[in-house]
Design a protein around this ligand. Structure first.
Ligand code: SAM
Length: 251
Protein backbone atom coordinates (compact mmCIF):
# COMPACT_ATOMS: atom_id res chain seq x y z
CA UNK A 1 0.00 0.00 0.00
CA UNK A 2 1.34 3.36 -0.87
CA UNK A 3 0.63 6.90 0.07
CA UNK A 4 -0.51 9.02 -2.85
CA UNK A 5 -1.46 12.56 -3.66
CA UNK A 6 -2.39 11.90 -7.32
CA UNK A 7 -3.14 15.01 -9.34
CA UNK A 8 -6.89 14.40 -9.66
CA UNK A 9 -7.26 13.75 -5.95
CA UNK A 10 -9.38 16.16 -3.93
CA UNK A 11 -7.01 18.93 -2.93
CA UNK A 12 -6.56 19.39 0.79
CA UNK A 13 -8.02 22.45 2.49
CA UNK A 14 -6.28 23.15 5.79
CA UNK A 15 -8.28 23.37 8.98
CA UNK A 16 -7.82 26.92 10.28
CA UNK A 17 -5.91 27.33 13.53
CA UNK A 18 -9.19 27.75 15.44
CA UNK A 19 -10.30 24.30 14.17
CA UNK A 20 -7.23 22.79 15.76
CA UNK A 21 -7.79 24.23 19.20
CA UNK A 22 -9.15 21.78 21.75
CA UNK A 23 -12.58 22.80 22.98
CA UNK A 24 -13.73 22.61 26.57
CA UNK A 25 -14.49 19.01 27.59
CA UNK A 26 -18.16 17.89 27.80
CA UNK A 27 -19.42 20.56 25.35
CA UNK A 28 -18.35 18.78 22.24
CA UNK A 29 -21.46 17.05 20.91
CA UNK A 30 -23.82 19.16 18.87
CA UNK A 31 -27.17 18.13 17.39
CA UNK A 32 -29.77 15.56 18.49
CA UNK A 33 -29.17 13.28 21.47
CA UNK A 34 -32.68 11.89 21.93
CA UNK A 35 -34.78 12.86 18.89
CA UNK A 36 -38.12 11.22 18.13
CA UNK A 37 -40.15 9.31 20.69
CA UNK A 38 -38.84 5.80 21.17
CA UNK A 39 -41.02 2.73 20.63
CA UNK A 40 -41.63 0.85 23.91
CA UNK A 41 -39.48 -2.12 22.77
CA UNK A 42 -36.53 0.14 22.03
CA UNK A 43 -37.01 2.01 25.31
CA UNK A 44 -36.85 -1.32 27.12
CA UNK A 45 -33.62 -2.22 25.34
CA UNK A 46 -32.11 1.07 26.49
CA UNK A 47 -33.14 0.29 30.05
CA UNK A 48 -32.24 -3.40 30.13
CA UNK A 49 -29.61 -4.25 27.47
CA UNK A 50 -27.67 -0.99 27.30
CA UNK A 51 -26.42 -1.19 30.92
CA UNK A 52 -24.84 -4.58 30.05
CA UNK A 53 -23.10 -3.28 26.93
CA UNK A 54 -22.34 0.34 27.81
CA UNK A 55 -18.76 1.44 28.28
CA UNK A 56 -18.13 3.53 31.37
CA UNK A 57 -14.99 5.56 31.06
CA UNK A 58 -12.71 5.28 34.08
CA UNK A 59 -12.19 8.45 36.12
CA UNK A 60 -8.53 8.30 35.20
CA UNK A 61 -6.04 6.03 33.47
CA UNK A 62 -6.30 3.91 30.34
CA UNK A 63 -9.09 1.64 29.16
CA UNK A 64 -7.96 -1.75 27.82
CA UNK A 65 -10.33 -2.30 24.86
CA UNK A 66 -9.90 -6.10 24.79
CA UNK A 67 -10.90 -6.32 28.44
CA UNK A 68 -14.36 -4.96 27.55
CA UNK A 69 -15.34 -8.29 26.01
CA UNK A 70 -16.42 -11.39 27.95
CA UNK A 71 -14.30 -13.69 25.76
CA UNK A 72 -10.87 -13.26 24.14
CA UNK A 73 -10.99 -11.33 20.85
CA UNK A 74 -8.36 -11.33 18.11
CA UNK A 75 -8.49 -7.53 17.80
CA UNK A 76 -10.74 -4.55 18.40
CA UNK A 77 -12.40 -2.26 15.86
CA UNK A 78 -13.91 1.14 16.57
CA UNK A 79 -16.79 2.82 14.71
CA UNK A 80 -17.32 6.48 15.55
CA UNK A 81 -20.76 8.07 15.01
CA UNK A 82 -22.47 4.82 13.97
CA UNK A 83 -25.86 6.52 13.52
CA UNK A 84 -28.48 3.77 13.34
CA UNK A 85 -25.73 1.14 13.57
CA UNK A 86 -26.55 -1.05 10.52
CA UNK A 87 -22.92 -1.03 9.36
CA UNK A 88 -21.56 -1.84 12.82
CA UNK A 89 -24.12 -4.60 13.34
CA UNK A 90 -23.32 -6.24 9.98
CA UNK A 91 -19.54 -6.02 10.51
CA UNK A 92 -19.80 -7.45 14.04
CA UNK A 93 -21.91 -10.34 12.71
CA UNK A 94 -19.42 -10.96 9.87
CA UNK A 95 -16.39 -10.94 12.23
CA UNK A 96 -17.28 -12.76 15.45
CA UNK A 97 -13.56 -13.20 16.21
CA UNK A 98 -13.18 -9.41 16.67
CA UNK A 99 -14.53 -7.05 19.32
CA UNK A 100 -16.35 -3.89 18.17
CA UNK A 101 -16.67 -0.60 20.00
CA UNK A 102 -19.38 1.72 18.71
CA UNK A 103 -19.55 5.35 19.78
CA UNK A 104 -22.74 7.34 19.28
CA UNK A 105 -24.31 10.04 21.47
CA UNK A 106 -27.73 9.81 19.73
CA UNK A 107 -29.95 7.50 21.81
CA UNK A 108 -32.41 6.73 19.00
CA UNK A 109 -29.51 5.26 16.98
CA UNK A 110 -28.19 3.37 20.00
CA UNK A 111 -31.65 1.83 20.55
CA UNK A 112 -31.77 0.72 16.87
CA UNK A 113 -28.36 -0.92 17.20
CA UNK A 114 -29.41 -2.65 20.43
CA UNK A 115 -32.38 -4.22 18.67
CA UNK A 116 -30.04 -5.57 15.95
CA UNK A 117 -27.64 -6.91 18.58
CA UNK A 118 -30.49 -8.63 20.42
CA UNK A 119 -32.00 -10.11 17.23
CA UNK A 120 -28.69 -11.53 16.05
CA UNK A 121 -27.46 -12.51 19.52
CA UNK A 122 -24.16 -10.63 19.05
CA UNK A 123 -21.73 -10.84 21.97
CA UNK A 124 -18.88 -8.80 20.46
CA UNK A 125 -20.22 -5.22 20.58
CA UNK A 126 -19.74 -2.61 23.31
CA UNK A 127 -21.17 0.91 23.12
CA UNK A 128 -20.11 4.31 24.36
CA UNK A 129 -23.07 6.69 24.40
CA UNK A 130 -21.00 9.83 24.36
CA UNK A 131 -18.49 11.88 22.46
CA UNK A 132 -15.71 9.87 20.79
CA UNK A 133 -13.23 12.56 21.81
CA UNK A 134 -13.67 11.50 25.43
CA UNK A 135 -12.75 7.90 24.59
CA UNK A 136 -9.73 8.41 22.33
CA UNK A 137 -7.31 9.74 24.98
CA UNK A 138 -8.18 6.76 27.21
CA UNK A 139 -7.19 4.13 24.64
CA UNK A 140 -3.64 2.75 24.86
CA UNK A 141 -1.20 3.17 21.96
CA UNK A 142 -1.55 0.56 19.19
CA UNK A 143 -4.70 -0.99 20.72
CA UNK A 144 -7.19 -0.70 17.81
CA UNK A 145 -7.13 -2.63 14.54
CA UNK A 146 -9.44 -0.41 12.50
CA UNK A 147 -11.32 2.86 12.91
CA UNK A 148 -14.38 3.74 10.80
CA UNK A 149 -15.67 7.31 10.69
CA UNK A 150 -18.51 7.12 8.17
CA UNK A 151 -20.24 10.31 7.13
CA UNK A 152 -19.49 12.44 10.17
CA UNK A 153 -21.63 15.58 10.45
CA UNK A 154 -20.16 17.92 7.80
CA UNK A 155 -20.89 21.26 9.50
CA UNK A 156 -20.70 23.09 6.16
CA UNK A 157 -20.88 26.66 7.50
CA UNK A 158 -17.48 28.16 8.06
CA UNK A 159 -18.33 29.36 11.55
CA UNK A 160 -19.19 25.73 12.47
CA UNK A 161 -16.03 24.15 11.05
CA UNK A 162 -14.53 23.96 14.52
CA UNK A 163 -17.27 21.45 15.42
CA UNK A 164 -16.03 18.96 12.85
CA UNK A 165 -15.04 15.67 14.42
CA UNK A 166 -12.09 15.07 12.11
CA UNK A 167 -9.26 17.53 12.68
CA UNK A 168 -5.54 17.42 13.38
CA UNK A 169 -6.01 16.46 17.05
CA UNK A 170 -8.38 13.57 16.39
CA UNK A 171 -6.26 12.37 13.45
CA UNK A 172 -3.19 12.33 15.73
CA UNK A 173 -5.19 10.26 18.22
CA UNK A 174 -6.34 7.87 15.46
CA UNK A 175 -2.69 7.37 14.47
CA UNK A 176 -1.61 6.80 18.07
CA UNK A 177 -4.28 4.21 18.92
CA UNK A 178 -4.08 2.23 15.66
CA UNK A 179 -1.96 -0.92 15.58
CA UNK A 180 0.91 -0.86 13.05
CA UNK A 181 -0.72 -1.93 9.77
CA UNK A 182 -4.12 -0.94 11.20
CA UNK A 183 -6.61 0.89 9.04
CA UNK A 184 -8.52 4.16 9.19
CA UNK A 185 -11.60 4.55 6.96
CA UNK A 186 -13.41 7.83 6.48
CA UNK A 187 -16.28 8.68 4.17
CA UNK A 188 -18.07 11.92 3.45
CA UNK A 189 -20.40 13.34 0.81
CA UNK A 190 -19.29 16.91 1.51
CA UNK A 191 -16.47 18.06 -0.79
CA UNK A 192 -15.29 20.77 1.59
CA UNK A 193 -15.11 18.28 4.49
CA UNK A 194 -13.25 15.80 2.23
CA UNK A 195 -10.58 18.43 1.53
CA UNK A 196 -10.48 19.39 5.22
CA UNK A 197 -10.06 15.73 6.24
CA UNK A 198 -7.33 15.17 3.68
CA UNK A 199 -5.36 18.17 4.90
CA UNK A 200 -5.38 16.77 8.43
CA UNK A 201 -4.66 13.20 7.29
CA UNK A 202 -1.81 14.03 4.92
CA UNK A 203 -0.15 16.13 7.64
CA UNK A 204 0.01 13.05 9.91
CA UNK A 205 3.31 11.22 9.20
CA UNK A 206 2.19 7.99 10.91
CA UNK A 207 -0.57 7.46 8.32
CA UNK A 208 -0.22 6.48 4.64
CA UNK A 209 -3.01 7.07 2.10
CA UNK A 210 -3.88 3.75 0.44
CA UNK A 211 -5.25 5.39 -2.74
CA UNK A 212 -3.24 4.90 -5.90
CA UNK A 213 -5.75 6.29 -8.40
CA UNK A 214 -8.88 8.45 -8.31
CA UNK A 215 -11.15 5.41 -8.55
CA UNK A 216 -9.83 4.32 -5.14
CA UNK A 217 -11.43 7.25 -3.34
CA UNK A 218 -14.51 7.40 -5.54
CA UNK A 219 -15.46 3.74 -5.24
CA UNK A 220 -17.27 2.46 -2.14
CA UNK A 221 -15.39 -0.23 -0.25
CA UNK A 222 -16.74 -3.67 -1.17
CA UNK A 223 -18.31 -6.26 1.15
CA UNK A 224 -20.07 -3.96 3.55
CA UNK A 225 -23.56 -2.55 3.80
CA UNK A 226 -24.16 1.07 2.93
CA UNK A 227 -24.97 3.31 5.86
CA UNK A 228 -28.28 5.12 6.16
CA UNK A 229 -26.64 8.48 5.56
CA UNK A 230 -24.75 7.14 2.55
CA UNK A 231 -28.00 5.86 0.98
CA UNK A 232 -29.52 9.30 1.47
CA UNK A 233 -26.54 11.01 -0.14
CA UNK A 234 -26.60 8.66 -3.14
CA UNK A 235 -30.37 9.12 -3.59
CA UNK A 236 -29.81 12.89 -3.63
CA UNK A 237 -27.21 12.45 -6.39
CA UNK A 238 -24.17 13.30 -4.24
CA UNK A 239 -20.98 11.35 -4.82
CA UNK A 240 -19.24 10.37 -1.60
CA UNK A 241 -15.47 10.28 -1.11
CA UNK A 242 -14.01 7.15 0.52
CA UNK A 243 -10.64 7.59 2.22
CA UNK A 244 -8.55 4.67 3.46
CA UNK A 245 -5.32 5.18 5.40
CA UNK A 246 -2.93 2.65 6.82
CA UNK A 247 -0.96 3.03 10.07
CA UNK A 248 2.75 2.90 9.23
CA UNK A 249 4.86 0.46 11.20
CA UNK A 250 7.32 3.14 12.28
CA UNK A 251 6.59 6.32 14.25
C1 SAM B 1 -24.34 12.26 9.60
S1 SAM B 1 -24.53 11.09 10.82
C2 SAM B 1 -23.90 9.60 10.07
C3 SAM B 1 -24.32 8.37 10.79
C4 SAM B 1 -23.85 7.04 10.19
N1 SAM B 1 -22.41 6.90 10.29
C5 SAM B 1 -24.29 6.92 8.75
O1 SAM B 1 -23.40 7.01 7.86
O2 SAM B 1 -25.48 6.75 8.50
C6 SAM B 1 -23.22 11.50 11.98
C7 SAM B 1 -23.35 10.77 13.31
O3 SAM B 1 -22.24 11.12 14.15
C8 SAM B 1 -22.72 11.26 15.49
N2 SAM B 1 -21.77 12.13 16.21
C9 SAM B 1 -21.73 13.48 16.16
N3 SAM B 1 -20.74 13.95 16.95
C10 SAM B 1 -20.14 12.84 17.49
C11 SAM B 1 -19.06 12.66 18.39
N4 SAM B 1 -18.41 13.71 18.88
N5 SAM B 1 -18.71 11.41 18.75
C12 SAM B 1 -19.38 10.34 18.25
N6 SAM B 1 -20.42 10.45 17.39
C13 SAM B 1 -20.80 11.68 17.01
C14 SAM B 1 -24.11 11.86 15.32
O4 SAM B 1 -24.93 11.66 16.45
C15 SAM B 1 -24.62 11.15 14.08
O5 SAM B 1 -25.31 9.95 14.40
Amino acid sequence: MTSSTSSDAPSPEGPPAEGRRAEAPRRLVYGRRIGHRLRPGRKRLLEELLPELAIRLPESGALDPRALFARPVAGVRLEIGFGAGEHLEAEAAAHPELGFIGVEPYLGGVARLLSGIAERGLDNVRILVDDARLLLPRLPDASIRRIDVLFPDPWPKKRHHKRRLVNRETVAEFARVLEPGGELRLATDDASYARWMLAALLAEPRLAWCAERAADWRTPWPDRPRTRYEEKALRAGRRPVYLRFSRRAEG
